[in-house]
Design a protein around this ligand. Sequence first.
Ligand code: FAD
Ligand code: PHB
Length: 397
Amino acid sequence: MTSRVTRTQVVIVGAGPAGLLLGQLLQRASIDAIVLERRSAGYVLGRIRAGVLEQGTVQVLEHAGVAERLHAEGIRHDGVEIGFRGRRHRIALHALAGRSVTVYGQTEITRDLMEARAASGAPSVYEAEDVALHDITSGAPRVTYVHEGELHEISCDFVAGCDGYHGVCRSSIPADKLATYERVYPFGWLGVLADVPPPWNELIYANSERGFALASLRSATRVRCYVQCPLEDRVEQWSDARFWDEFRRRMGEGIADAVVNAPSIEKSIAPLRSFVVEPLRYGPLFLAGDAAHIVPPTGAKGLNLAVSDVFYLHEALRDYYRGRSERALDDYSVRCLRRIWRAERFSWWMTRQLHQFPGDAFARKMQETELEYLFESEAAQKSMAENYVGLPLERAT
Ligand code: FAD
Ligand code: PHB
């Protein structure tokens, strides 16, 4: 196979929200980057994932110049509800923490970023196969990939590993250079997207005897709902009717009566995991987003963390290319990890409080006690609100 050789400053592996946003931020800082994505653009846009954005995330998207549609179509939420024992308790996010969250789908952010990248003419390669990193610590790193049967090689200064949990970048780092922290939960989330007006105004996280359920939305005409399910379950076992029946039972009165059996336009099962590697840097390779850490979706933190990682990374690269210093590159991992561990703790806490852990009667008692405390104590609600709306991003000095 012949090899075509090019050069750029930063190779970004992965065109999920982390990779595309980094590309956009670098583009605006006049730093050259090439995005390499294993899948087609259509496939990336078809993945239904996050829906809740922290205010800090919205600000970064504004800074990146891709918030126009988000401002027009995103829905501000000032509270969330927790369902327990047939009652719903509101956590007044804005009143308690002074900030709100915005409901705007990850798919929409991805679309906005793809369009901005295409309009700027910055290079992206979709369906890039066999992406491989070479000579990482040699001072002259290279990335190769195959596209339409042809082998390509890019020499670069830095590689941004934005290729998600199953990507190639993290596994290119020698295992003895990374510490790994992990917790796997004994259940998954079955999610359904359906075009029907949501009969709820704010998200409802329900802890039911039958398992967790979440009522979310994407717009005034589209709902996104989840139920906790066994890890072994397959989507084919869940007809729409079975899903809605289970969802209604877990949501309880008030909501159950209003939920209709709307046909699903997407249905998928996601396992739940907490995962962090340290550090996020190996020479010129920087990990960002799900490539470096996973949170269970209960706290709505994964996408928000991916955004704060790449915000810090773009600042560090900008400082480097402006000839200021390498200090921000050196600090990148520590700076990200402070936020990451806070979000890991909160997501783990939310997951523990809201799901059924089969066979663990002690855990159930702790859950009941913790939730009763939450509903009675403004201090506990404030702590939850502060974490849910997200910690402010540290600004560069
Ligand atoms: P990804 O989105 O995984 O993107 C990585 C990209 O890299 C992919 O496009 C992949 O195809 C590509 N890639 C992989 N390997 C290679 C390779 N070898 N070569 C080239 N490209 C490669 N987060 C929130 O903040 N709020 C929420 O409400 C929320 N809800 C969620 C609900 C569910 C059901 C799930 C599953 C997740 C949710 N998340 C949420 C988490 C959020 O979706 C992720 O954290 C986010 O997608 C991370 O973005 P990323 O760009 O780091 O990784
Ligand atoms: C979603 O709308 O997909 C969503 C919302 C909140 C979460 C997780 C997912 O905690």
